[in-house]
Design a protein around this ligand. Structure first.
Ligand code: SF4
Ligand code: SF4
Length: 458
């Protein structure tokens, strides 16, 4: 098993803040009376709802049909009755149609769900349809449907599939618990995904502070490697943040650097250009679960933690469950001032606890008022520049965004920002630098699209 030092520049060793939940086994969240299951839980096109008010549904029944090749199906996580299909607010602030389901708490499964299957029946020619039908998506922020991700990997003849189990964000431990509790699923998922994309090697990247997790994986991977003629291994990787970002993993695992383009994600990704497909550990386990037991993606493991949480934990939650339903069981402080979806570095602050878990929600982190700081003026200390892992100037880019000079973002390589948020984290003036840089990047992307439109098709 490899033990690797971080090879990228900048970055920081962040306080882990994981001790509250690191050793807490995953517990199934208590039944909630209502679910609001969004038709859009991935980057791409929303599914089309195929149920209506008054219709009875079973757990695992398809309720949303993929609309096109950039879409994935949606299934009911529970049995019950659909009461409405209405628009709701998603954790990232966008709006989408959702099936409002009254849960009968009887957990009656749909026909054919939860039955052992032969994964070899999923082949290179049918995985697109099967994965879309199981509703498999990349279980990370802005992840695309999994079948689309694997198609792109195949088109680029990737040689290696990397499973990202780094979980670099402080507080979050859902991926760690999933990896130690479902190690076999992770190993099987990696084996079959390598087969489907035609890769000859698979690596599971694990935080170097978790040697037990790495050793467990390495042993199982060795067994599967022999059986399937693949090179499979675990790698213990330096935890300097943002090591969990796929471009930083490419650098540390293969000493490869790839050019980042604003168009990445539309038919190509930077990692594919290096011959590597990086997938989150939850995605790989969900794919194995679907292939082995015909289980569509309806639940995920999340962490609920932070200073304002008296009873933190790792929970298996159904998609469409309101945040408030799980927080009711977590002894949350009445002085809570900030609720963040995802980790504190890259997550999204919420106005309230009424949004819902989706396939891409890694966890909730809650802070009390004492932890929240007000921004001040830039004091030109240069810390943001020093620690930026892609060596751009966050203070300068934030200034361009604030003054509307977004066209100058290209000259200062704003598109290479990986949105790790280190710049805002180290800024002594608490400036929301990443927020400004995201605005700048959006304006640059709009400009690029407009120019492409003016030129017309090639
Ligand atoms: S500019 Fe982007 S890549 Fe650099 S530290 Fe800030 S968020 Fe990270
Ligand atoms: S870290 Fe903050 S205060 Fe220091 S230069 Fe960057 S933006 Fe200015």
């Amino acid at each position: 098993m490899k033990a690797l030092k971080a090879l990228f520049n900048g970055g920081l060793y962040l306080p882990s803040e994981k001790s509250q939940t690191l050793n807490a086994p995953v517990q199934t969240a208590a039944d909630c009376p209502w679910l609001f299951v969004p038709m859009l839980q991935h980057a791409g096109t929303a599914a089309e709802a195929i149920v209506g008010p008054g219709q009875a549904v079973l757990a695992g029944q398809k309720i949303g049909q993929p609309a096109d090749g950039d879409s994935a199906a949606v299934h009911s996580p529970v049995s019950g009755t659909v009461r409405a299909v209405e628009e709701i607010r998603l954790p990232d602030g966008t709006r989408a149609a959702a099936a409002v389901i009254e849960n009968d708490c009887e957990h009656r499964p749909a026909d054919g769900i939860n039955v052992p299957c032969e994964p070899a029946e999923v082949t290179v020619t049918n995985f697109t349809e099967r994965f879309a039908d199981w509703g498999l998506v990349q279980m990370q922020a802005n992840g695309m449907p999994l079948h689309r991700r694997l198609q792109i990997a195949r088109e680029h003849n990737v040689r290696t599939v990397v499973v990202n189990a780094m979980e670099s964000e402080p507080y979050l431990t859902a991926d760690h618990r999933l990896t130690v509790e479902q190690t076999l699923l992770v190993a099987l998922g990696l084996t079959h995904i390598c087969r489907l994309v035609g890769a000859e090697a698979g690596i599971v990247a694990v935080d170097q502070r978790r040697p037990d997790e790495a050793a467990l994986l390495d042993k199982l991977l060795a067994d599967h490697a022999e059986e399937h003629g693949l090179m499979l291994e675990a790698a213990m990787v330096d935890n300097r943040y943002p090591q969990g970002h796929e471009l930083m993993l490419l650098k540390t695992l293969f000493d490869e650097e790839v050019e980042v383009r604003l168009s990445d994600g539309a038919g190509e990704l930077a990692s594919d250009r290096a011959g590597v497909c990086v997938l989150a550990v939850g995605t790989v386990a969900a794919a194995a679960d679907a292939m082995l037991f015909n289980r569509p993606l309806t639940h995920r493991v999340v962490t609920v933690s932070g200073e304002a949480v008296g009873a933190p934990g790792n929970f298996l939650v159904p998609v469409g469950m309101r945040f408030s339903d799980v927080l009711d069981c977590c002894d949350v402080s009445p002085t809570i001032d900030r609720l963040i979806v995802g980790g504190p570095m890259t997550g999204i602050a919420q106005a309230d606890d009424q949004s819902v878990f989706t396939k891409q929600t890694a966890g909730l982190v809650l802070f009390s008022a004492a932890m929240v700081h007000q921004p001040g003026p830039c004091i030109r200390c240069g810390w943001c520049v020093e620690d930026c892992p892609v060596q751009i100037n966050p203070a300068l880019l934030a200034g361009l965004a604030e003054s509307g000079r977004w066209h100058r973002g290209f000259a200062h390589h704003a598109e290479t920002c990986i949105e790790c948020n280190i710049c805002s984290y180290v800024c002594p003036s608490r400036l929301p630098l990443l927020e400004h840089i995201r605005k700048l990047k959006r304006a640059m992307a709009r400009d690029q699209q407009a120019r492409a439109g003016e030129r017309g098709p090639a």
